[in-house]
Design a protein around this ligand. Structure first.
Ligand code: SF4
Length: 318
């Protein structure tokens, strides 16, 4: 009887959303490392930027630290999906630590491109966000001074390279597709000889999730993104919605949502960043269903089938 009094809220759920193949693989690496070596297994940096994932792995025996010198001698350590500078595995090897690298293969691909370009005498313009661990890791693949960070169009407009004829650009994998295109356009206009990467550096998961939000935005009064405040790809999803004129909010868990934010909203879009598990989407829908008569609809823009292989040493444990 009480249900009849609930207001109706239509939920338009974007697909693809949530976990990507790189996040799936990184989490599996930590789980299998715990199975193989026993707890504790140390993880340098959050394995992926999601508190729920980190807390779940902590409960299974993972210990998260920011630096390698916090890992005790003799215990295994996993490097996060964002990638690490070369100095980190080198320091682990020097200490005789057993380590597993959970760097997403699509980030590793950018690392290898950076090395090849520098070996070929190119100077790299790297489009990314200062301080993000992926950017720190990519800069750490090449000697200091061989890569310059560009974050914005303004940076591209004021860049003064030593030799404009030897420039190549690479990008972080989790950027805004539209913002990056604008930065690249500014670079190409100023430096017509600049070389582009062989393939797109922004990864399939980042671009698919942004396209899925664009596809539902015009049908939504507001959009919720489930993700962490330090998750680059989640923050970009908020921006994509806002640029389509749709108010958007990033929340980590359903309990974070102030239901007053939904006043006047008939259709609510929902998505999740690449490091947020589907369980958090279901938790949100359940919370909304306590207050509203929810009508769920999913709009799928593309189907993802990508899966990445585990490191060989863990294959047998899988
Ligand atoms: Fe890899 Fe992209 Fe997922 Fe990052 S968001 S882990 S680059 S697939």
């Amino acid at each position: 009887m009480a249900d009849e009094l609930k207001p109706v809220l239509e939920l338009l759920i974007a697909a693809p959303r949530g976990f990507c193949a790189g996040v799936d693989r990184a989490i599996r690496i930590v789980e299998l490392a715990i199975e193989k070596h026993g707890a504790p297994v140390y993880v340098r940096h959050e394995i992926v930027h999601n508190k729920f994932v980190v807390d779940t792995l902590k409960a299974k025996g993972a210990v998260f630290v920011e630096e390698l010198d916090q890992v005790p001698d003799g215990l295994p350590v996993v490097f996060s999906a964002h990638g690490v500078p070369k100095s980190v595995p080198a320091a682990a090897a020097a200490r005789g630590l057993s380590y597993l690298d959970a760097t997403c293969p699509l980030v590793s691909k950018v690392h290898r491109q950076a090395e090849r370009l520098v070996a070929a005498g190119r100077h790299i313009v790297f489009i990314g966000h200062a301080g993000h661990p992926e950017v720190v890791g990519t800069f750490g693949q090449v000697p200091p001074g061989s890569m310059t960070l560009v974050e914005t169009i303004a940076d591209a407009e004021t860049l003064v390279p030593a030799d404009p004829d030897t420039l190549s650009f690479l990008t972080q994998t989790t950027l805004s597709v539209d913002d990056t295109a604008a930065v690249v356009a500014a670079l190409r206009r100023r430096f017509p000889a600049i070389q582009a990467p062989r393939g797109e550096d922004i990864c399939y998961a980042t671009s698919n999730r942004q396209a899925a939000v664009k596809a539902i935005a015009s049908s939504c009064d507001a959009l919720l993104v489930i993700g962490a405040p330090n998750s680059s790809n989640s923050l970009r999803l908020v921006e994509v919605a806002e640029r389509q004129g749709v108010p958007a909010l990033l929340i980590q868990r359903a309990a974070d949502l102030d239901l007053d934010w939904l006043v006047g909203i008939g259709t609510l879009g929902i998505t999740a960043g690449a490091s947020a598990p589907e369980m958090l989407v279901r938790e949100l829908v359940e919370r909304l269903a306590e207050r509203y008569e929810v009508i769920e609809r999913e709009e799928e823009t593309t189907r993802e089938t990508i899966a990445f292989k585990l490191p060989r040493e863990l294959d047998a444990a899988a």
